[in-house]
Design a protein around this ligand. Structure first.
Ligand code: GCU
Length: 424
């Protein structure tokens, strides 16, 4: 292992040199990718993306089992009542932001029901959620497919989508299509629910002007205040509101909901799971920086890149950590650990080094002590497993797939096996 868990120290070797930007601005054009096609980004801090394990350097992760007052966490009760709330508070203040007290009220209605959906395999319900009231209300369309002929309430796979949820043709067309395995999922006896993540809160630099966030402003407020939610926390909160609606369905087993998110939606799924214990299992696909991959590890995307390119995802003060990764009071191992003892499955791709699959695996290793404290089995290895060899025997699962930044068929297969073990 290249890292240790203990007292936080600041290491200069993971911080980019300050002069880089100026030199580069006046120098020759800089390559946008390396010889293997990995993207290279040049942050304002001078940091350029690294893909060389030899240059990652060493770092020390905050110990998930040491309280802020320095005392060790020796039992589950201290984790649940002291350390976990401490970490949630740190994430809310420093990383994702807290849900504002003025967050809008939500109503949910079933506006259409289709019997015989998916070639007769499912009943589809179209839910319409409304955030706030009147003209400014924000809508969210959710599809739920429940397998037909199943006597008991069905566990649910809830997927955060980039595209529209399937089965709702009246929604405006979006260019991107997620591979939606609804039929496969229903065939396995699970219900499948999905919504498009940008419908109720956009994903752009001006998103604070509308959506759910704007409904939560006090008079005169124009953007989330310091410490209030960025869009990842908003999407996570919206996910919990979808869960409220699903939990009211008799055909659905709300105690067995697996949340699936890819990439920025994998980051969202991890935070949603941390915040909402009703989420029984999380699958974070290729979630990368500020998701499952360790922020202190200088490989692929960096804190500096996220701070510069997607500042609206996080609290407004987050960019202060650009170039100061070792000052973060948390890292992705603690984000995963906030889901404990519930199972978490993480994937990365051999052609997606931007998301640092190795850093994702090491975060699972770093979350292990919390799972073990809570009586669960950890990821079962400390060295990056071979490609395409899933580690799914414990409550922390991992698969390093051959391939790109996507959920592959093999990922779904491993996810079903992993979920099956925890849901049966
Ligand atoms: C960008 C971003 C990543 C993110 C990804 C995605 O590549 O840098 O952090 O995960 O988009 O959401 O697809």
């Amino acid at each position: 292992m290249k890292f240790s868990i203990g007292v936080r120290v600041v290491l200069a070797n993971v911080i980019g040199c300050a002069g880089g930007l100026m030199a580069a601005e006046t120098g020759p054009a800089r390559p946008k990718q390396d010889a293997k096609g990995n993207p290279i980004r040049y942050a304002a801090t001078g940091h350029a993306s690294n893909y060389d394990e030899a240059k990652v350097g060493s770092f020390v992760l905050p110990d998930p089992l040491v309280l802020q007052n320095g005392k060790p966490v020796k039992d589950a009760a201290t984790w649940n009542t002291v350390r976990r709330p401490e970490l949630i508070a740190l994430y809310e203040r420093e990383i994702f932001g807290a849900v504002p007290t003025r967050a809008p009220k939500v109503s949910a209605d079933v506006v259409a029901t289709e019997v015989g959906a998916l070639g007769g395999k499912a009943v589809r319900k179209h839910f319409l959620l409304r955030f706030g009231a009147g003209e400014r209300a924000v809508a969210l369309n959710v599809s739920l497919y429940v397998p037909t002929g199943v006597a008991k309430p069905a566990p649910v796979v809830l997927q955060l989508l980039f595209s529209n949820p399937p089965g709702i043709p009246q929604l405006a067309k979006k260019p991107f299509d997620d591979a939606v395995p609804a039929e496969d999922i229903v065939g396995r006896g699970y219900a499948y629910a999905a919504f498009r993540y940008t419908e109720a809160q956009g994903d752009n630099v001006k998103t604070h002007e509308g959506g759910v966030q704007a409904l939560a402003y006090a008079p005169g407020q124009t953007r989330p205040a310091a410490g209030e939610w960025g869009t990842i926390a908003t999407w996570a909160w919206i996910t919990s509101r979808v869960l409220d609606a699903l939990a009211a369905e008799a055909a659905v087993d709300a105690k067995r909901v697996a949340l699936v998110g890819h990439s920025r939606l994998g980051k969202t799924a991890l935070w949603a799971g941390a915040r909402d214990p009703r989420i029984a299992l999380v699958f974070a696909s290729c979630s990368g920086e500020m998701g499952a991959s360790l922020a202190r590890r200088d490989f692929g995307e960096s804190v500096d890149d996220v701070a510069a390119n997607f500042p609206w995802w996080l609290v407004s003060t987050f960019p202060k950590y650009a170039g100061r990764w070792n000052d973060l009071p948390v890292d992705s191992h603690t984000l995963i650990a906030l889901n404990a003892p519930r199972p978490v499955f993480v994937t990365g791709g051999s052609e997606d080094l931007w998301a640092d699959p190795h850093g994702e695996f090491l975060a699972l290793v770093g979350a292990g002590p919390v799972y073990r404290l809570l009586g669960k089995k950890d990821v079962g290895a400390t060295v990056l497993p071979a490609l395409d060899a899933p580690l799914i025997s414990g409550s922390l699962g991992f698969l390093y797939h051959t391939g790109k930044h996507t959920i592959t068929a093999a990922d779904w297969q491993a996810f079903f096996e992993f979920t099956g073990r925890h849901f049966e």
